[in-house]
Design a binder for this molecule. Structure first.
Ligand SMILES: [Zn+2]
Length: 1003
């Protein structure tokens, strides 16, 4: 691409426009800007060998354009308008789409204004080596630059500019290729305006400009059958008509955005994110500030085409019509399995009536006491769609033909992997070959006449259950950026690469690395981590002082020495936010040269660190704390287990062991103090996957994670460092300190758990404060069942809000507290290799101790807020991705175990489980040994006592019991676990059946 440099104005270059405006600088100063646009005659057309335009070294458009399109035998280039880039990016990005393309500056700027994500994709496209795209600076070339006319809208102005540029190109091509004497003149290639706007096409045709719609264009291409699948239905005025839409209005129209805004402002309507119910596709909720309980939406009509995460506006029903959520599992795949993808299947056909009857039965409000009802309403508008590309499977039953040779268009259902999403209807010519594949699908539209959203196929990720496809789909599903680091980022690394060392003190220190750094190389420092840890963020030491106190130090990798503010590596780390750990893979936040080598506090080598050093009394009270940049040389890298063994071995009396014992004795006291202050001991199901070998990564077994004293040792000192650093940076930068808080949960979150505990076990949960909660959780024990307490803790943890990063100047000081840790202030300082917030905290701490000045961006509240918004989001997604990765491997391990067990003639895997929920038609169970949840549904009628969270299964000989069996929440049951392939989607699904107290297979 050519960069335009504006030269000094010459006589012939006239000023075409002058624009004056005021601009606020980052520092808040207002400056006047005068922008003049100069015109030039040397803006190149980009066509190879053009006689008139100066050639450049950049990649050019081929001289004859593209010769493979049916409609343009003499060759052509396409010139898409803005809407084509806005709505058909999946098509343009496809490897099969190779047409040479002219991108107008007008179009590029319009895309930038309309959508930043699409603009970034477009920029990436122009840099891609597989594409031939020329950016033509039409606004700077005298013949193509235009000025907006009076009573012309900006839109019309741009459309006119695009038509003028297309016409200019065609004239330019014919003028620069005069006929050569003695040769028959071939018609020159055409520049074709590509637009979905019929009115614009008409105007272009009148002006003699060749133009085409996207669909017509793709139909004439070589790979038409595959490429047509990629077409998005949005913004297109010649969509193939489907039988499925356009018949009958199924959903209410949305209100206008002005009405929505006014309603929200007046408090008559409510705005919030739409959360579908994972157990029942016919229900969803929207949390809004006006109510402590979320607003319930029951039925598809009231959910009115909202998709998970959409920002919606809700109208509340009259209080008499409020409902309680249903206690039933309603699976869309099962309920809607006979739906015909080609048809809206609403009225008049048997299946449609069936579905409606079933749905309305579910929705019929059971007689619930007024106290259990919650605000109920309907969605009247969508402020912002959360649509993205979803990982799906094609539902094989929706295919009309499975012949792989058939390339006819079929309308099929794509079932998203996530239970929170509706099925998506899409048209494809390759349906048979997409069966058993994981595919990526985007939603394009959801009309009032269509029961399902409509979308298009983006690409295939590979075969279902292949590790590659599963892993990539997981990263896509949780929006984890996983592209390899680009050159600009890698260029920020030290040029010495892995031979970089800490320079010797004195003469060799050309970059002043030792300036203001303490030499702690002789201190007996070690690190304690999980086995196989390569990115060692932290190391510790402790020693007795002559006055009887203890000096303890936490040394953290000095990442901010290598990652400088605002360079490409820093921006990438900020965008990634965190390293993502999957069972068999790690998606790094920083290039591995830093993460696993130069920053990693490996043993026996000198490393730069940021140290927090305390003087503590033997009772673990802080006498003094200081912070310093340092150079350390770790003396050992232990696993938790190794450190534990060493600490417990009475024969060992070396300095290192003594240091671990000292740290441990302090950690025990620190923990006791935290607990006294009301910290919560929370639990989440954590399991460990054993992999066969690094290469095959076949899981062989699952076990619960074992926690040792040494885990706690490291944790306590990290917490202490984080709290000490938080106080320091908050004191120095009260407006922009990067902190972390955990808001207390709304009391209503615990209502159900409290009620269940009271009714089933006679236990009370006091949630008046975190201390009270901690104490009452301690009392939730069942002497005969040690796992019961952990289960209650897991359930209580789910009632909490999640912790979040925030900017100290952006929220009230009374909300700084960390509820779970019972600390009045907190931050993250100890893992800068894998968390970006810590990198910011390091920069703030370095400035707070006068080591280096604070970068301007960290003085800006709005900048810090913006960065932390991204980081918070990335953290949530990373956690979900890790969990999903564990679930996938648990599934594989179970499958392996099941096969092995069957081979031994022992039948399927059986495990003990706890009931954690009861439904009208089943129970939810938790298998603590495997850390997984499952659902057991009963097809035959059972009695459901919602008040007492109990289902009663009538006795029958086949179920192994003549007596009625009562099953309540917290009961221990035995389930059989199988991994079976879903017939329709071919994905492996964990299926659980109840074996004890009754055999649900007979029900
Ligand atoms: Zn030219």
């Amino acid at each position: 691409m050519v960069e335009i440099t504006i030269r000094k104005r010459s006589q012939t270059e006239a000023v075409i426009t002058q624009r004056k405006f005021f601009k606020k600088t980052a520092r808040g100063k207002v400056v006047k800007v005068l922008r003049e646009r100069y015109l030039r005659d040397d803006v190149g057309c980009g066509i190879e060998g053009c006689r008139e335009c100066a050639s450049s070294d950049e990649e050019l458009l081929p001289v004859n354009g593209d010769l493979t399109h049916q409609s343009y035998p003499n060759g052509h280039y396409i010139l898409p308008d803005t809407n084509v880039f806005l709505s058909q990016m999946d098509l343009l990005e496809s490897d099969r789409f190779r047409s040479p393309m002219i991108l107008l500056q007008t179009v590029l700027e319009e895309v930038r204004h309309r959508s930043l994500p699409l603009y970034n994709r477009l920029k990436a496209l122009t840099k891609s080596e597989d594409k031939r795209i020329w950016t033509f600076y039409n606004e700077y070339r005298s013949e193509t630059a235009i000025v907006r006319e009076e009573d012309e809208t900006p839109n019309d102005r741009n459309d006119r500019g695009i038509r003028i540029a297309t016409a200019w190109y065609n004239t330019h091509i014919s003028l620069t290729r005069p006929p050569i004497r003695g040769q028959t003149k071939n018609a020159p290639p055409t520049v074709v305006l590509m637009t979905e706007d019929a009115a614009n096409r008409q105007k272009a045709e009148q002006a003699g400009i060749s133009c085409i719609s996207v669909r017509k264009y793709v139909e004439g291409m070589k790979d038409a059958s595959q490429l047509l699948d990629l077409l998005s239905a949005t913004g297109s005025d010649d969509v193939e008509p489907t039988r499925a839409s356009g018949r009958q209005v199924l959903y209410p129209e949305y209100l206008s955005s002005a009405t929505l805004m006014a309603g929200v402002k007046a408090g008559e309507l409510h705005q919030g994110h739409f959360n579908p119910n994972p157990y029942n596709y016919l229900e969803g909720t929207v949390s809004v500030p006006a109510f402590s309980k979320p607003i319930l939406l029951a039925g598809r009509e009231n959910m009115n085409r909202a998709v998970q995460g959409d920002i919606v506006v809700v109208e509340l029903f009259n209080e008499k019509e409020w409902k309680a959520p249903t206690d039933e599992v309603v699976d869309q795949e099962a309920t809607l399995k006979n739906d015909d993808a080609e048809d809206s299947a609403e009225e008049g056909d048997e299946n449609g009536e069936d579905v409606i009857a079933k749905e309305s039965r579910v929705l019929r409000s059971a007689q619930v006491p007024v106290s259990e009802r919650q605000p109920t309403g309907r969605i009247v508008g969508v402020i912002k769609r959360n649509w993205r590309a979803y990982v799906c499977h094609i539902d094989s039953t929706s295919l009309t033909s499975t012949l792989t040779t058939s390339l006819s268009t079929q309308t099929v259902f794509a079932t998203p992997v996530s239970r929170l999403l509706p099925r998506i209807r899409l048209r494809t010519r390759q349906a048979p070959s997409l069966l058993n594949q994981k595919i990526l699908v985007t939603i394009d539209r959801w009309d009032t006449t269509s029961r399902y959203p409509e979308g298009h196929f983006v690409r295939s990720l590979g075969k279902v259950e292949s590790k590659e496809a599963e892993q990539e789909s997981l990263l896509l599903e949780y929006e984890v950026p996983y592209r390899p680091f680009g050159k600009a980022i890698l260029d920020c690394l030290p040029p010495e690469g892995d031979s970089w060392v800490v320079p010797s003190k004195g003469g060799g220190d050309n970059h002043n690395v030792w300036r203001d750094r303490e030499d702690l190389r002789d201190v007996i420092v070690c690190s304690i981590d999980p086995p196989g840890c390569q990115d060692i963020d932290d190391a510790l030491h402790a020693k007795l002082l002559p006055n009887g106190n203890v000096e303890a130090g936490v040394h953290i990798a000095d990442v901010s020495h290598f990652v400088l503010p605002d360079n490409p590596m820093d921006s990438e780390a900020a965008a990634r936010g965190t390293t993502v750990y999957l069972v068999d893979n790690r998606i790094d936040m920083l290039p591995s040269l830093l993460g696993t080598n130069l920053c990693s506090l490996r043993p026996y080598v000198e490393r730069l660190a940021f140290s927090t050093i305390w003087e503590l009394t033997p009772n673990a009270d802080i006498v003094d704390v200081r912070f310093t940049k340092s150079v350390i040389q770790s003396k050992a890298a232990f696993t938790y287990e190794e450190a534990q063994i060493r600490k417990d071995d009475p024969h060992l009396q070396d300095e290192l062991t003594k240091s671990i014992r000292l740290l441990n004795s302090l950690a025990v006291k620190l923990k006791a103090k935290r607990m006294t202050a009301g910290a919560l001991n929370l639990a989440s199901p954590e399991v460990k996957i054993h992999l066969d070998s690094a290469e095959s990564s076949e899981p062989i077994d699952v076990e619960q994670k074992e926690l040792r004293e040494t885990n706690s040792l490291v944790e306590e000192f990290m917490l202490l460092a984080n709290v000490s650093v938080a106080r320091k940076i908050d004191e120095s930068f009260p407006q922009t300190a990067v902190l972390r808080r955990h808001l207390p949960p709304p009391k209503t979150n615990f209502e159900k758990l409290q009620d269940i505990l009271r009714k089933t076990r006679g236990l009370t949960l006091d949630v008046s404060s975190s201390g009270a909660l901690a104490a009452s959780l301690d009392k939730c024990i069942d002497p005969s069942e040690p796992a019961f307490n952990t289960l209650v803790r897991i359930m209580a943890t789910r009632c909490m809000l999640s912790a979040e990063y925030f900017c100290s100047g952006s929220v009230g000081r009374d909300t700084f507290g960390h509820y779970g840790l019972a600390s009045d202030i907190y931050t993250h300082f100890t893992s800068p290799i894998r968390r970006y917030a810590d990198v910011l905290v390091h920069r703030q701490l370095a400035a707070a101790i006068g080591f280096s000045p604070l970068h301007a961006s960290l003085h800006s509240k709005s900048h810090v807020e913006k960065v932390l918004d991204v980081v918070n989001r990335r953290h949530r997604m990373a956690q979900m991705a890790s969990r999903a990765s564990v679930e996938f491997y648990v599934g594989l391990a179970l499958k392996g175990r099941g096969e092995a067990s069957k081979a031994r003639g022992e039948g399927e895997v059986r495990e003990e489980a706890f009931v954690i929920r009861t439904f009208r038609n089943g129970v939810g169970v938790f298998v603590s040994k495997l850390g997984i949840e499952g659902l057991v549904t009963f097809t035959r009628d059972i009695q459901f006592d919602a008040d007492n969270y109990t289902v009663t299964v009538p006795g029958s000989a086949s179920a192994g019991s003549k007596e009625d069996a009562k099953i309540s929440v917290f009961d221990k049951v035995v389930v059989q676990i199988e991994v079976e392939k879903d017939k329709n989607t071919q994905r492996g699904k964990v299926k659980m059946t109840l074996i004890e107290p009754v055999d649900s297979r007979a029900l």
